[in-house]
Design a protein around this ligand. Structure first.
Ligand SMILES: Cc1cc2nc3c(=O)[nH]c(=O)nc-3n(C[C@H](O)[C@H](O)[C@H](O)COP(=O)(O)O)c2cc1C
Length: 215
């Protein structure tokens, strides 16, 4: 089992970073492999909409995103966190999501039919964390929904969506035990989801391979 935490704020000691790390704790404490990355450390360009990936199944832009794709493939789940920037995700998160377009495949004759690569290589899970300054949900805008809907379009099952309000200065959230607790509980739920998946996989893998042989 491997979990990837992805931070979409450039403030390494900021609120998003702290909350994503809080969600990783239940895995870390159990000795499960976790990796934390800051998108700001990578040189990621925006998608140029060339559609090149729809034939090659690979993004044609030569940049650091190619260091992140393998991390996505290797992980069973991701924890994606973004601060609210003008009612939406940060630019780093938006670029990251758009560059995952190459992981979705559309039917040649009917573009209303598409499928994420995850459906072929195995179900993946996600937790989404959004954090903003104001103390009402309206001012968080689309932040959490953009991440949730995009990951779902990429065939991730989003297990929890954490929305943390009222955090402005970097690291302020350390004083908010309720917010820390909520993020940790989301991590715990993600762990239990993967635990259940493994249990069911072991229980039914016999049947799955028998069915595959039948076909
Ligand atoms: C460019 C910019 C835009 C922002 N827009 C919003 C906003 O629309 N709503 C809000 O509540 N907070 C907004 N904020 C505040 C941040 O979401 C808040 O400070 C958050 O805790 C930052 O997270 P971080 O510490 O992980 O960087 C904005 C901050 C910046 C720098």
């Amino acid at each position: 089992m491997k979990i990837l935490g992805i931070v979409g704020s450039k403030r390494k000691n900021g609120n998003t970073s702290i909350l994503v790390q809080e969600s990783l704790k239940p895995f870390d404490e159990r000795g499960i492999k976790v990796e934390l990355i800051f998108l700001g450390d990578y040189d990621i360009n925006g998608c140029n909409g060339c559609e090149g990936c729809q034939d090659t199944f690979e993004c044609v832009i030569d940049d650091d995103m190619h260091q992140i794709y393998p991390k996505l493939f290797e992980s069973d789940a991701i924890i994606l966190g973004s601060p609210t920037y003008f009612y939406n995700v940060s630019g780093d998160i938006k670029k990251f999501i758009d560059r995952c377009y190459c992981l979705d495949f559309f039917h040649k004759e009917d573009r209303s039919v598409w499928m994420g690569l995850n459906e072929i290589i195995g179900m993946k899970y996600a937790t989404v964390i959004a954090v903003c300054e104001q103390d009402n949900l309206e001012d968080m805008g689309y932040t959490a929904d953009v991440m949730k809907k995009s990951l779902e379009a990429l065939s991730y099952r989003v297990v929890s969506t954490v929305k943390i309000l009222n955090q402005f200065t970097a690291g302020e959230v350390l004083k908010d035990s309720k917010a820390l607790n909520e993020s940790q509980k989301a991590g715990e739920k993600l762990f239990k989801t993967l635990e259940l998946r493994n249990l069911l996989f072991n229980k039914f893998s016999n049947r799955i391979s028998q069915n595959q042989i039948k076909e």
